[in-house]
Write a protein that binds this ligand. Structure first.
Ligand code: SF4
Length: 289
């Protein structure tokens, strides 16, 4: 049995930057608040919490002190509320997310109906929706457009949550073209990192017998990678850590592929790989069933 590890595993640029900024704050201040989880990875959030980063659900829970904003960004309304309090803001919004926000804002200001392709409950999408203004809609995929009842002659702008799959995004673009808008502006706001990981996951899934995607079960980009792998290879599994590995998965497997979401620390990926290698050396899969 061999292991095939994706070239790009561990944190993406935006997540690494957010975690480093939070660590810097904790070094200086000793404690700080984070509005929602700073990244979608339970192990990292727990580690930062032990060092003084307290996760709050609403800014009403923090009147003073330091408030760290996650790489997913916040809406203009929340930013306005924060500015009314005596909070020191540390904004780790990823520059690529910021770019998507400014596309949403400019389309909204120019009067376009703004269609955002993404997960309506994700914090990044909620903020993008607010940036886009009153004529904004969020759709998960091309089927989601039906509810909008698009008529010919509309002026439509479309952009994407940064971690969406390109195929899904293009599917929505094609469906909008079919609706014959008068004017269509397309902003490809899918992050390069997400595209590279998805393409690599697709390639590896075709070459292995078992595919493991390491990452948070609450992480949008990890879930997307898992969907990409699962479409190609039924024996694909999402694991948060090595503790999620199960012995029965490895029956009759010659090659195992491993990839990770953008918010998964490389140390966890290496641990998963090490546990599998050690099990193989002793030829006894002692993992939990
Ligand atoms: S996946 Fe891309 S957009 Fe999201 S935080 Fe990472 S670098 Fe930024």
């Amino acid at each position: 049995m061999r292991l095939k590890l994706a070239k790009k595993v561990g944190f993406c640029f935006g997540v690494r930057r957010a975690v480093e900024m939070a660590e810097e704050v904790l070094k200086k201040e000793g404690k700080a608040y984070s509005l929602g989880s700073i990244i979608h990875n339970k192990q990292v959030v727990e580690g930062l919490s032990e060092r003084g980063l307290e996760v709050i659900k609403s800014i009403d829970e923090a009147d003073s002190g330091v408030l760290v904003i996650s790489s997913h960004g916040i809406s203009p309304d929340v930013a306005g509320e924060i500015s009314k309090r005596s909070l020191k803001l540390v904004d780790t919004t990823c520059p690529f997310v910021r770019n998507a926000q400014s596309s949403a804002r400019s389309l909204g200001e120019e009067g376009y109906m703004v269609i955002i392709v993404g997960d309506v409950n994700h914090p990044e999408v909620k903020a993008l929706y607010d940036f886009a203004g009153k004529k904004a809609h969020v759709v998960k995929d091309a089927k989601g457009l039906k509810a909008l009842k698009l008529k010919p002659g509309e002026r439509i702008g479309i952009l994407s949550q940064t971690t969406q799959s390109m195929d899904n995004f293009l599917g929505v673009v094609r469906a909008i073209i079919d609706a014959k808008p008068e004017d269509l502006r397309v902003f490809n706001t899918i992050c390069k990192d997400a595209q590279v990981r998805q393409a690599a996951a697709r390639d590896i899934s075709r070459e292995v017998d078992l595919m493991l995607v390491v990452g948070g079960k609450n992480s949008a980009n990890t879930k997307r990678l898992f969907e990409v792998c699962k479409k190609i290879l039924r024996r694909s599994y999402l694991v948060e850590t090595e503790l999620d590995l199960r012995s029965q998965w490895f029956k009759d497997v010659s090659v195992v592929g491993i990839t990770s979401g953008a918010s998964t620390p490389e140390t966890i990926v290496r641990r998963v790989a090490r546990v599998i290698k050690n099990e193989l050396k002793t030829k006894s899969i002692r993992l939990r069933r």
